[in-house]
Design a protein around this ligand. Structure first.
Ligand SMILES: Cc1cc2nc3c(=O)[nH]c(=O)nc-3n(C[C@H](O)[C@H](O)[C@H](O)COP(=O)(O)O)c2cc1C
Length: 362
């Protein structure tokens, strides 16, 4: 499938998740296969335009992640167009606009999901961006602001007319946040009405659900929390879609994933800031001394992932607690080793799904 001229090797993608889908995590998921697109965490258009270091870090990616979409948020058409040009200058394949974030801090600045409340203005933002860049501009939205304003079908059509190259819909309203269930019928209805590709997002926690959702006429699925729990889920969905059994994932492999994540994070965001600003992809000068709190940052990243990764895993809450109590990197890796490698639990027979109780909800 394609978004504009960008070819995606698979219709399954990692959904953008602030605080979670950093470049290290995306690379590791991608290495396990089945991932057609990765999207960065949302990045402030204001921060990009002002060249704020922290913002630029969120937009970092590596070549192996391609095709890569950088998601930006903001509500000012000129700034969003300028930010899109910066994203294009950074070499990203796609620039995505966040119209789904319900968090008040974002929404109160006419950004995120509050853009859905001003569809004319939202379409104006997309029109300004598509005029400013050659790369495809895409939009990720929710079903609407609340039950009284479920306007995703109207807005999706408007952004298509404004030049958007694809749309992704998380079938919940901002008011719902993550409660209730995602409305996939709404997503299918939008896919039916639009000519550009439509992606659906919401509640796919096993590979079979991803494949089932593809039957509703959508072009692809963005998987969020399911990837945090099981980074192999996209590869397993690819297996199922090809008529094969989903690949097996052992407890040891799950442990190795966490250790690899620790390893990648240890060498992330520790390079020379000045040169990085000129070219974020080519000027990575490891300089661990510059960030004394770097180990702490890695430990915190692992804690955040563990809260999802251990969900439903047998003994998961014990592991979660142990990771939360690890005060150093060595304590953290030891904890991971103790759980995943010293455990006499056999490799599971039919993949990671066996590690979860059947009734396990997100
Ligand atoms: C921790 C977390 C952070 C998220 N951050 C973003 C974000 O930065 N941009 C965005 O468009 N959606 C964000 N989302 C929404 C997801 O991309 C996705 O649409 C939603 O979680 C539903 O899919 P899922 O049920 O597969 O998780 C986030 C979701 C979670 C759980």
């Amino acid at each position: 499938m394609k978004i504009g001229d960008v070819h995606l090797p698979s219709p399954f993608a990692i959904a953008p998740m602030a605080g979670m889908t950093d470049t290290a995590f995306r690379r590791l998921v991608k290495r396990h296969g089945g991932c057609g697109l990765v999207v960065t965490e949302m990045v402030s258009s204001e921060g990009l335009v002002r060249g704020i270091d922290r913002t630029l870090e969120y937009a970092e990616y590596t070549e192996e992640e391609r095709p890569i979409s950088i998601q930006i948020f903001g509500g000012d058409p000129e700034k969003m167009a300028a930010a899109a040009q910066i994203v294009e200058g950074m070499g990203a394949d796609i620039v995505d606009v966040n119209m789904g974030c319900p968090v008040p801090k974002i929404a109160k600045h006419h950004a995120g999901c509050s853009l859905m409340r001003e569809p004319g203005h939202a379409a104006g933002v997309i029109a300004a961006m598509t005029k400013a860049v050659k790369i495809p501009v895409t939009v990720k939205m929710r079903a609407g602001w609340n039950d009284g304003e479920r306007n995703a079908p109207t807005l999706a059509k408007m952004v298509e007319d404004a030049g958007a190259a694809a749309v992704a819909v998380h079938g919940r309203t901002a008011a719902q946040s993550y409660s209730g269930a995602a409305d996939w019928e709404l997503v299918a209805q939008i896919a039916d009405a639009l000519t550009i590709p439509v992606f659906g997002s919401g509640d796919c926690v096993d590979a079979g659900q991803i494949v089932d959702r593809m039957r509703s006429g959508i072009e692809g699925v963005l998987v969020g929390r399911g990837v945090l729990r099981n980074p192999w889920i996209l590869a397993q969905a690819t297996d199922l879609a090809a008529g094969r059994a989903a690949r097996e994932v052992t407890l040891e492999e799950r442990g190795r994933f966490l250790l690899a994540y620790v390893d990648l994070l240890r060498t992330e965001r520790v390079w020379n800031n000045e040169s990085r600003l000129t070219n974020p992809r080519e000027s990575r000068v490891p300089n661990p001394e510059s960030l004394p709190g770097h180990d702490r940052w890695v430990v915190n990243k692992l804690r955040a992932l563990a809260s999802w990764y251990t969900k439903g895993l047998e003994g998961g809450s014990r592991l979660r607690t142990a990771i939360n109590h690890a005060e150093s990197l060595s304590a953290l890796t030891e904890t991971i080793g103790d759980f995943f490698f010293s455990n006499s639990q056999p490799a599971c027979a039919d993949g990671v799904s066996q590690l979860f109780a059947p009734s396990d909800n997100i």
